[in-house]
Ligand binder design. Sequence first.
Ligand code: GLN
Length: 293
Amino acid sequence: MFAPQQETIREALFRASRFFESRGIRSAQFNAETLLQHVLHIDRTQMLVRFAEPFPPDRSNLFAELVQRRGEQVPLQHLTGVQEFYGRPYRVSEAVLIPRPETELLIERVLQEREAFAESPLIVDIGTGSGAIAVTLALEWPDARVIAVDISEAALAVARRNAADLGAERVEFLQGDLVAPILERGLRPDLIVSNPPYIPTTDCADLDVEVRDHEPRLALDGGEDGLNPYRAICRELPKLLPVSGPAFVAFEVGIHQDRMVEQMIRDSLSQCHTGIVPDWQGIGRVIWGKRGG
Ligand code: GLN
């Protein structure tokens, strides 16, 4: 139990950090600092300057509660309500996958296409979750029109709010299963991007407790081999992408999925070239395919 106590800010910080260590929480000190700054609405510098001050008594119950829950492996981002992505703060909840740093590689790869698509291209983000991909692309590629799709209304509510808070009101949101809403409307996006659920069903049980018990299964489970969403999207590429001219598709994938997803793109997008972007661990993380341009 992490009970509230009368103590200095410094003492509260180190007590929380030791509590996390005893609970096997990685980056104990970072977690403690983040929660302390969140509860006191201060940044790191202010925290250090105020180290010797008494911990504000009216905040100590909240701090104790959040530290206790973090010790029970509730994700830090669910306690603070935010995760930074591509330099901007995104609201998150149990309704969406917490944006991961790897997904910034997907953004970087897509943004390399800015020159190839001169006149306001249409970009579609399939399975937008928090909206991190769609909102980032809208803000970093101001000429583009961006549509974001998700099957979950609860996720779309989070994504809409992120778009509004971050000044990306131009992003349009559609509810539906993968590419279905795009096909129904007869849209022909120039670029398709997605970080779909890709964990094989049987591996879901072995995920970290933080992920397994707190992040939406809908955003993680990609079916028996984890590849179902890529199959469903790639199958429709000929009907989705423009009949001629430049076209681009990029996916985030899980470990050991890079070659198979690359082959799916090759099989469905004629006359394309493809590539794989490794992450910092050397795992093929972003797969892209490009036609013309
Ligand atoms: N990268 C996530 C994880 O590590 C999975 C995200 C996904 O399935 N798209 O749990």
